[in-house]
Ligand binder design. Sequence first.
Ligand SMILES: Cc1ncc(COP(=O)(O)O)c(C=O)c1O
Length: 364
Amino acid sequence: MTGAIGIPIYPTSTYAQDELGKPRMGYEYGRVSNPTRDRLETSLASLETGIGAKVFASGMAAVHAFCNIMKSGDHVLCTSNVYGGVPRLFDQVMTNFGLEVTYVNTEDLDAVEDAIRGNTRYLCAETPTNPLMALSDIAALAEIVHRHDIEMIVDNTFMSPYFQRPLELGADMVLHSTTKFLNGHSDGLGGAIICSKREQVEKLAFIQKAAGAIMSPFECWLVLRGIKTLPVRMKQHDENGRVVADFLNLHRKVSKVYYPGLPEHPRHELAKRQMSGFGSMIAFETGSLANATRLLKDLRVCILGESLGGVETLIAHPATMSHAAIGEEGRKRMGITDGVLRLSVGLEDVEDIIGDLEQALERL
Ligand SMILES: Cc1ncc(COP(=O)(O)O)c(C=O)c1O
């Protein structure tokens, strides 16, 4: 309307109506719609090549909205090696409402097909996985589930649409914790679901209105601002990520590095085919809880904290942080040892990041 380059934030709970039953431009109430939110939803749909998107108060609120599309007695298949919050929601909340969930190794296509039941409605895949960077073949999974009339949703948080676009590979919906790379500055929480079909958008719009876990106009604006620099940030995250992964891979105190950009990653060829970059998420094995604890204490540049995808390098201990809720048995099944650390490589000068890791590793 004004040519303002900055997208306006509309901090309004409601809208004046010109006439009874005729809301101006369709805007009625803030939970139902908001111009800043509309703008973000249009932008995300465009980035993921979807036909529409809906945004929520956090990534987990988006997962919960997805669950609300289903009904009691429906069955979902879920990648076994996912972000710990997802099984926490499925197993400790949604199963109370009759949702049935089976965890399956989505790298194994036969295992996925074998796990399909008559009441399976969705396959929920995360690739790469959090934290061990396991990769599933999106196109091959989509082909299998579609043969059985099942839809597939992919958590694309780690790659962002800059490096991977699941809808182009055959997925039906894409999920993001916008808290991570899309926001990019660790200053806001949010979640999004991008859809390939109009009816999915309509269902999610209804859930926004009925359940109300929407993203606030200010948080929408933060994500819109983050998206303006997404390509430059992702290029630099990827560049720094490759250097740090190579450094860790050659270090004698690190016994294993999980990064799809390394030629020895078991799905390196798939990574090159399915993604246009490798990103900046790296997990590595320090050998023990004592080593991990010591290393974390000695770091000066890398910040110990939950989350990922921001400008600053963050380091986390999955066993006691993101994956504490799934218990020791669950972690053992997923291969997450007490010595694994997860890095979200930031945009600092890469020499500073490596120098910091080096001085801490040397003290082990
Ligand atoms: C891959 C992935 N999906 C979803 C989530 C949940 O997002 P949020 O923390 O915004 O609720 C996270 C959080 O770490 C995540 O890493």
